[in-house]
Design a protein around this ligand. Structure first.
Ligand code: PLP
Length: 367
């Protein structure tokens, strides 16, 4: 095993070989995809093939795929033009949905981070225009019942936006079956490049462009497309395969054995197979992340802001974690994560718990 061990795939996955190869090819094409000459048509072909790839993997059928500069922009595009007062947002949304909807009514979640459907129905009685609920949570991996939420939302005459950035490529995502009106994706969570994403838009739905100008992306996102990045996204989407939960479960079993006081947040919810949100009572998330970093393991705290400082997790607080909201780390695995890496991480985590947990951890002899 080589250190450092990268267990922060939900933050960004390493660029995969299919994406790297597709991008290397795209960099050899000179044209602007809007140009009518042969070079332009070659660039356009790359973009359209990637669009078809993303559409087929996301079950998007006849819906439009609008390429954007990442998941944040895809969320912003879906929400553009909606007044927060007309919207409902789940309590556990990513900041790129939460911030633009600041002031919206909040749909609460249960202890496992799943939206309370009865509470949502009560909020829907006020006839909002838009509801935003993610498919899988970035911190805990909890998967929302989006198809059911879409049914309730449609019955109330509102639009459903779903942020599927963390789910796409890790579990099967089928736009038609989910029933959302708009769905946000991002390339760099699945082995594609950073700074590329997409918004899937149902045929009957109108979105308000953030950028206007050259009319690219059927007028919904002006600006010359990032041809190589889009090529990488298409290749990564085709290469992504739903993951198994075996290694994640082995990791959690080892950790539970090492310390009985550990909390696996959203442990009882349907979850992404690669994500574990591990709480160590009495030890700040920042201390845990730094200690593990020194030991050669890259993990993250629930919510790190761009300054690198760690704040208590809004998601875990909404789940009723109390002080535990500032004491959890996120361990996220990828398709190339090995048993050896997970075993080594579990040993490092047990050592951390033994050293730092206030009440003293129960460490098995083998650890
Ligand atoms: N939505 C979720 C759930 C995410 O986890 C992230 C990134 O962490 C985003 C949106 C933003 O995506 P991007 O980094 O492509 O802007």
């Amino acid at each position: 095993m080589t250190t450092p061990v990268y267990l922060d795939w939900n933050a960004s996955a390493p660029l995969g070989e299919p994406a790297r190869a597709a991008m290397a090819h795209a960099f050899t094409v000179a044209g602007n995809p809007s140009s009518v000459h042969a070079a332009g048509r070659a660039a356009r072909k790359i973009v359209e093939e990637a669009r078809a790839s993303v559409a087929s993997v996301a079950g998007a059928g006849a819906a439009r795929i609008v390429f954007t500069g990442g998941g944040t922009e895809a969320n912003a595009l879906a929400l553009n033009g909606f007044a927060p007062a007309d919207c409902i947002v789940s309590a556990v949304e990513h900041d790129s949905v939460w911030a633009p909807l600041s002031g919206a009514r909040v749909a609460p979640v249960d202890r496992d981070g799943i939206v309370d459907l009865a509470a949502l129905e009560a909020l829907l009685a006020d006839r909002p225009k838009l509801v935003a609920v993610m498919l899988a949570n970035n911190e805990t991996g909890a998967i929302q019942p989006v198809a059911e939420i879409a049914r309730l939302t449609r019955a109330a005459g509102a639009r459903l936006h779903c942020d599927a950035v963390q789910a796409f490529g890790k579990i099967a995502v089928d736009f038609e079956a989910l029933g959302a009106d708009t769905l946000a994706l991002s390339a760099h969570k699945i082995g594609g490049p950073q700074g590329v994403g997409a918004l899937i838009v149902r045929e009957s739905v109108q979105v308000n462009p953030l950028l206007s100008g050259g009319g690219q992306e059927t007028g919904l996102r002006a600006g010359t497309q990032n041809v190589a990045g889009i090529a990488g996204f298409g290749a990564a989407a085709l290469a992504a395969a739903p993951m198994a939960a075996g290694l994640r479960d082995a990791l959690e079993n080892a950790i539970r054995t090492a310390y009985v006081g550990v909390a696996i947040h959203a442990g009882a919810a349907p979850r992404l197979p690669n994500t574990s949100c591990i709480g160590l009572p009495g030890v700040s998330a920042e201390t845990q992340v730094m200690t593990l970093d020194l030991a050669g393991f890259a993990v993250s705290a629930g919510a790190a802001c761009s300054s690198g400082k760690v704040k208590a997790s809004r998601t875990l607080a909404a789940m009723g974690a109390g002080t535990g909201a500032g004491e959890a780390i996120r361990v996220s695995l990828g398709p190339t994560t090995t048993t050896e890496e997970i075993d080594a991480f579990a040993r490092a985590w047990a050592a951390l718990a033994r050293r730092l947990a206030p009440a003293g951890a129960k460490i098995p002899a083998a650890a």
